[in-house]
Design a protein around this ligand. Structure first.
Ligand SMILES: Cc1cc2nc3c(=O)[nH]c(=O)nc-3n(C[C@H](O)[C@H](O)[C@H](O)COP(=O)(O)OP(=O)(O)OC[C@H]3O[C@@H](n4cnc5c(N)ncnc54)[C@H](O)[C@@H]3O)c2cc1C
Length: 323
């Protein structure tokens, strides 16, 4: 008997079915279209990542074969390729022809309070209208494990430290939706403006701190809040931290979870150790701009002494560098 392996990667044309301005910096877009009945994940979306292909203006969504799609996409002439970006499945809703993938886009730019969005994905979202089309790479329902892309893995940990900038608020909101009612810990969410505080439902045991950045250095208030929550002494260097775009462009990628470290460090035994987390243990999930994530890592692992296998640190973007 032969069995045909199912490709866990769905490559679809995603048609905009709804656009909702959530706040000055966030726009929620609902996508649907042919094949969307197969879009996963089946269970909680958590921090499930998906890939979007924003077509070159005036060109259609590139047609690609899902197996070997990346090489095929790279082989396209530049003006046919569009741009590839990573986003979060904020939710997957509905069934059959009504199945929708929800993505919350940050409208970023030199001035997120009304100025033009910088970057093709942010700019596309800012202008998106019902009927517009982009490319989507998403997990096939019931094959999401093979697709990958969910990093949140607290194991038995009972105390959570959750940190997000605006690009990771959609992921953290989706994680919050799935937390058990007795979850405990802190959540620190930094967004450009107080008007960007979204309606995220945390269990009562999670102390949520929303921070409006305003004109303060990106990440500085996140670090100060984390210090206060963890009862660590103040660090004068955090307050003045103002990473320059030039410096950020030189940084290595920041991605460290129980299973993978972008630094190349050996984390091979981590899953086994993670399985032995006691119920009182703390798990940290930190995502956002690379500089802030690195600083949080220093604070949580270096100063607070969290074991590395109990953390997920993920640089979602770098200042001054297109994804
Ligand atoms: C796993 C993962 C999940 C993500 N989920 C989301 C999500 O759900 N929603 C979301 O909005 N983003 C999300 N991001 C971040 C998103 O991919 C980046 O912000 C991306 O750079 C946006 O693409 P762009 O074409 O708009 O800008 P790019 O062309 O990539 O960048 C252009 C310029 O804008 C800067 N820039 C990029 N993003 C920002 C920002 N937010 N604020 C200020 N400057 C910025 C870059 O440094 C660069 O200088 C996620 C990233 C990852 C890795």
């Amino acid at each position: 008997m032969t069995t045909t392996a199912v490709n866990p990667v769905l490559l679809l044309t995603a048609v905009v079915r709804g656009v909702e301005r959530l706040s000055p910096s966030f726009v929620r877009i609902r996508f649907g279209g042919d094949g969307f009945e197969h879009v996963g994940p089946e269970g909680a979306t958590l921090d499930q990542r998906v890939k979007l292909i924003i077509p070159t203006p005036g060109r259609g969504v590139p047609r690609l074969d899902p197996s070997g799609w990346y090489a095929a996409w790279l082989a396209l002439p530049e003006d046919e390729r569009g741009v590839l970006r990573t986003y979060t499945a904020r939710a997957v809703e509905g069934e059959g022809a009504d199945r929708r993938l929800v993505v919350d886009f940050v409208l970023h730019g030199p001035d997120a309070h009304g100025g033009a969005a910088a970057g093709p994905a942010g700019a596309w979202a800012d202008e998106a209208r019902v009927g517009d089309e982009i490319g989507l790479l998403a997990p096939r329902r019931r094959h999401e494990r093979d697709f990958g892309g969910i990093e949140f893995a607290p194991g038995d940990a009972r105390r959570l430290v959750l940190v997000a900038d605006e690009t990771a608020v959609p992921a953290l909101a989706s994680i919050a939706d799935a937390l058990p009612a007795d979850a405990e810990g802190v959540a620190v969410l930094e967004v450009p403006d107080a008007a960007d505080f979204l309606d995220v439902r945390f269990p009562p045991g999670i102390e949520a701190h929303w921070i409006a950045r305003g004109h303060r250095a990106r990440g500085s208030q996140t670090l100060a809040t984390l210090r206060a929550c963890l009862r660590l002494g103040a660090d004068a260097s955090d307050a003045g931290r103002s990473p320059s775009p030039g410096r950020a462009a030189d940084l290595d990628d920041v991605w460290e979870t129980a299973l993978f470290s972008s630094s190349g460090d050996d984390v091979a035994d981590a899953p086994e150790r993670a399985a032995h987390l006691g119920p009182e243990d703390t798990y940290a999930w930190v995502a956002g701009d690379s500089d802030t994530v690195k600083a949080c890592r220093r604070l949580l692992v270096g100063e607070a002494g969290l074991p590395r296998h109990q953390v997920a640190f993920m640089g979602y973007w770098k200042q001054g560098r297109a994804q």
